[in-house]
Structure formats: C-alpha cells, structure tokens
Design a protein around this ligand. Structure first.
Ligand code: NAD
Length: 326
C-alpha cells in the first residue's frame, strides 16, 4: 500500500511525545522530513529520528517529496504556517484550536480551498469510544429528549508555564484553559448536540503570574434549545468529563478513567465497556486516507471554525459581561 509522505513541524511537548510516535503507528504515513524552529530541539531529536531535518519551514514546504504537513506548533503560528503550506500545494493537518481568532481561521480555510488541499484539525476527543457511544445512544433515544450537556476539562499545567512559553501571553493563547482544554469540549458538544447560538462566559485568575486567565466557565445555548456548560482550569489536578442529560436518563463519560456510565430514568447506573485507542494515531491515519483518497476529514475547517467562534464569543462575553450571539 502506498503511504502518504508527510513532514512533522514542531517537536515540543506534544509533537515529540504524541505526534511523532503516532505518525509511525498510523500505518499509512511516511515521515520524509521534520522541522522545529528551535535549533536545540532539533539537536535533541536528530539522533532519534531516522530522516533528515529541514533547515527551515521554507525548505519543508519547498520539498517536492512532502505531500502533507503536520503542524504541532504554538496556536499563534497555526495560521501563517498553514497559509504558506497551502500556497505551496501541501495538505495541512494542524493541532487544535485551528487558530486563536475567526479571522485567522478564515484565512486558513480560504487558503486551503483556493489551493484545493485538505485542511484537518486535531479535535481528537470526539474520537474516543466513549464519545462515539454517547452519540449513538442519543441517536437511539436512550436518553430521550436531550435537555442539557455539561463538561469539565482541567489540569494543573499552568503551574509550569514561564514567560518563555507562548501559553503565558494573551495574544498567543487568548482564553487560557478554554483555548487549551475547553476547545475540545466545545467540539464535543457540537458533535453531540449541534451548532451553538449564543454564549455567556466568565474567566478569572486566582494563583498564577501569567497574563492569561486560568479559570473559565462558559454557558452555551445551542440552536436546538439545549443548554450547555463547560468549566476549565489550568491550576487544579486533572479531570475531564462530559455528561448529557435527557428526559429518559443521562450519560457520563470520564475520559481519563475511560468509564462511560448510563443512568436510566430511575437514576439506576449501568457501566458500559469502552476501549481506549490512540486518538492521535487515529486522526493522523485519517489525514493519510484524505491525502491518498481525496476523502474529506471529519474535523475540517468548518468544524474547527465553529469551535473558535464559541471561544471568541466566550472571551468577548467575559470581557463585556454580555451574552454574545454566534
Ligand atoms: N490534542 C491535544 O490534546 C493537545 C495537547 C497539547 C498540545 N496540543 C497542541 O499542540 C500544539 C503544540 O503544543 P505544545 O504543547 O507541543 O507546545 P510547545 O511549546 O511544547 O512546542 C511547540 C514547538 O513548536 C516549535 N515552534 C514554534 N514556532 C515554530 C515555527 N514557526 N516553526 C516551527 N516550529 C516552531 C517550538 O520550538 C516548540 O518546539 C498547540 O497547538 C497545542 O494546542 C494539543
């Protein structure tokens, strides 16, 4: 079977530990080169990666062997690298969020459309078996009429953020934990419930010296009348869950423990078996399929843009104290 030839760009915390092994595990991708803007990071990985690194991003996108780029770089550079790669005819896979603003997201979508290349965004959590089962059980009527949805996603990563890190600054990571963590749950809710109509949010700080907020609470009214709530912090021990409440029961998925529980109309709990999979390998395998077959990715520009619209509205709502329409 032919494999799609890709370049990995960004070998920081996530790129080196998750994306690099996932490219190998995907099975339909061949890493032909890689690049990081930090020369020390390049030196650290040079021995371990069996293909030659590029000396610049221009060299990556100018390489005729490269069909697609996998961008695992800070959020504020997603747009410029995507637009450049698309302009050189390269397919793009970029980590979530697609970008920090709708204007940037739109420029990326337009550039990829104009070039006729794939744009896929790493909204990985909807790919968990727990999320897939919740979606199916809602469709099968197991929870009846869905009334509300609630999610929380936190970890204590904020304590290690220094002024050298992009996560410190509002212009590089607006919204703090909503941008880094809650964006997954916005996408999960769009996947389960449908599009958002309006957003009300509060954001705040308690502990950290960085510019960005470290606590956020977001309320969403969906177009179909369902109400949603997403809580995030960047200062408390890790917790990630989603719960969907309906007239005939409710479902709760704990992502970290891999536990899905169905509570029936009398509140009686039933644990449902769910297997864990390598979500990153799964989404990169889909990128390979898209390159090889022309298939459209599940989370392309439109889905990722919808998540950023909620994030941007939440930041505005927190700033103005008003509800913001999408
Ligand atoms: N899917 C998830 O659950 C998940 C988890 C963590 C991070 N992420 C995403 O992954 C991306 C990277 O996050 P991270 O934690 O690895 O950040 P990081 O700061 O640890 O690493 C970023 C790397 O990109 C490099 N870089 C910066 N600008 C560059 C440029 N112009 N060209 C090439 N390389 C450049 C840096 O030198 C660094 O090595 C972000 O978009 C983040 O949101 C996703």
């Amino acid at each position: 079977m032919r494999k799609a030839s890709v370049a990995l760009v960004g070998l920081g915390g996530w790129g080196a530990t998750q994306s690099l092994p996932a490219i190998a595990e995907a099975g339909n991708l061949e890493l032909v080169t890689w690049y990081d803007a930090n020369p020390e990071t390049v030196e650290r990985h040079r021995e371990q990666i069996p293909v030659t690194p590029a000396g610049s991003f221009d060299e990556v996108v100018g390489n005729p062997e490269v069909e697609g780029v996998i961008l695992v770089v800070p959020n504020h550079v997603h747009a410029s690298l995507t637009v450049q790669a698309a302009g050189c005819g390269k397919h793009v896979w970029v980590e979530k969020p697609i970008a920090n603003t709708l204007a940037e997201a739109d420029s990326m979508i337009q550039a990829c459309e104009d070039a006729g290349v794939i744009l896929q965004v790493g909204h990985s959590l909807r790919r968990t078996q727990g999320m897939r089962r919740i979606k199916q059980m809602i469709q099968d009527g197991k929870v009846g009429e869905v009334a509300s949805v609630e999610a929380h996603q936190s970890h204590k990563g904020g304590w290690t953020v220094t002024p050298e890190a992009w996560r410190w600054y509002n212009d590089k990571c607006p919204g703090g934990p909503l941008n880094l963590l809650g964006i997954h749950q916005i996408d999960n809710m769009h996947y389960l419930i449908g599009p958002s109509a309006e957003v009300t949010a509060m954001m705040g700080k308690k502990c950290l010296p960085c510019e960005t907020d470290e606590i956020s609470q977001v309320l969403i009214r969906f177009k179909n009348g369902v109400l949603g709530q997403i809580g995030d912090t960047y200062i408390t021990p890790a917790k990630t869950f989603i719960a969907v409440y309906g007239t005939a029961g409710w479902l709760e998925f704990d992502f970290l423990r891999g536990r899905l529980t169905y509570f029936d109309t009398d509140g009686k709990p039933e644990d449902m078996p769910v297997e864990s999979t390598n979500l990153i390998a799964d989404e990169l395998r889909e990128f390979g399929e898209c390159i090889l077959t022309g298939k459209r990715p599940e989370t392309g520009g439109a889905e990722a843009r919808a998540a950023v619209a909620v994030m941007e509205a939440a930041i505005e709502s927190a700033r103005t104290g008003k509800t913001v329409k999408i």
